[in-house]
Write a protein that binds this ligand. Sequence first.
Ligand SMILES: [Zn+2]
Ligand SMILES: [Zn+2]
Length: 219
Amino acid sequence: MRFTTLAVVVDNRAREGFRSCWGLSLLLTGDKTVLFDAGPSGEELLHNLSLYGQNPADIDLFFLSHSHVDHSGGLRALQDAGFTGDVIMCDRTLSSGDRERTAEQGLQQPGMGLIAIRLESGGLWEQSLLADTPVGRVLLVGCAHPGLKRIWEVACTQEIPFGVVGGFHDAEPFPDLGQARLLGPCHCTKQREAFRKDFPSSFLDLAAGDRIRLDSEAL
Ligand SMILES: [Zn+2]
Ligand SMILES: [Zn+2]
């Protein structure tokens, strides 16, 4: 299973027509449709999904990076709007719902094209997602609370990802990120300008409403 586009659905900033709010939601499309995080509420999530022409009922899988409300708050509205797919929760103790799975349970099928990287930091578990695309693996991070460098190092034990997109929180640029061909710091990233300055050729200035094609190297 491979993914060919990545769309920013919810972000702190938005292009014209899209709604912005403090939160993150990313949409992977290709052989399957996967929503990574849901933003803080259904309002922005459902509005922005509709601008992409994405019906919640056609989303196959929801993957939650961590329990903070700016990532999880829109899930209920997504389900109310018709989403019935599996929910990959971050915590091993699942609260409710027969569609809830852990990454170990839900991403194990061969050919799934998705790998979860689950790390703990100060009692908070966060999982990042490696998704197979025609240009290589793309790493999606929620807030990178365990540290972007730590997540990147774990990701690289498999293969060097083509790129990394999501909330980098307070991470500073580090030399190994020069291996990435696509760098999309958004949401809670504090050092966006430092990433732009240090990695000008891979930096992408992302906001809700941006869609990246991952099916060719000419990005
Ligand atoms: Zn967070
Ligand atoms: Zn966040």
